[in-house]
Structure formats: structure tokens, C-alpha cells
Design a protein. Structure first.
Length: 130
């Protein structure tokens, strides 16, 4: 997604929204969608599904967990040890989180617009004309 205008245009999808709001790359979106397809996805299952190595997939999953889009849970193995499973945060929670991010972005943009003239004046004073 290149710009806000392209995001608000016809044909934009939830993937475009997530990419823009959370700065997700195409592989992150692909991993997100694979986790959404399964209730409890393991790292190995996701890596195989997206045809990426475990370390790349793990980085994507970590990014999605940090963004609050995916939940990571530990499961105990019989005989000791553990592994992690990943699941999608409830879509209604993602929707609310996205609304909050849009609100924050809107407020930030309104601030930039409000300060436009004074900011422009500062930039013009900082660099003498040739």
C-alpha cells in the first residue's frame, strides 16, 4: 500500500489495512492469514504453509504478537518440555484496535496540518535562499 489515498480507494482489503496500520510486509500478512486459518498453529505448521524457513516465520509471528494481532501460548509436552501455539486475536478486538490506531493517526495528521504554516516558516528561515 503506497498511500492513504490508495488505502481508502475502492478495492482495498483488510490485508491492505493491516499492512498500513501495522507496517506489515507481504510475508507478515501471509503468516497472519495462515494463523487465522487454524485455531492453534505451530511454528512448524505456519513455516511449512508459507514455505519459509522457521527463523523467518518466527520473526513474522513475533511481530504479529507484538502488534497485538496474534496470541502466543505455551503448551506442555508429555515427558517434559514445551512448544508454542499461535492463534488469531478475536477479529472484533483487532477491529477496535484498528479504530484506535486510525484515531491516533488522524489526530497526528490534524496536528501536522494545524502547525503547517509555522513549521514551513521555520524550515524557510533555517535554509537561506541562494
Amino acid at each position: 500500500m503506497d498511500s492513504i489515498q490508495s488505502l481508502t480507494g475502492k478495492g482495498a482489503t483488510c490485508s491492505d489495512l493491516l499492512s498500513c496500520l501495522y507496517n506489515l510486509k507481504p510475508i507478515d500478512i501471509e503468516v497472519f492469514l495462515e494463523v487465522a486459518r487454524k485455531d492453534c498453529a505451530t511454528l512448524d505448521w505456519v513455516a511449512e504453509s508459507v514455505q519459509r524457513d522457521r527463523s523467518s516465520t518466527h520473526r513474522c509471528l513475533s511481530k504479529l504478537v507484538s502488534a497485538g494481532l496474534v496470541i502466543k501460548r505455551s503448551r506442555t509436552l508429555k515427558g517434559g518440555g514445551y512448544y508454542h501455539v499461535y492463534s488469531l486475536v478475536e477479529p472484533s478486538k483487532i477491529k477496535e484496535q484498528a479504530r484506535q490506531k486510525v484515531k491516533e493517526i488522524t489526530e497526528g495528521l490534524e496536528n501536522l496540518i494545524d502547525n503547517f504554516e509555522s513549521d514551513l516558516t521555520k524550515h524557510l528561515k533555517a535554509k537561506p535562499s541562494a
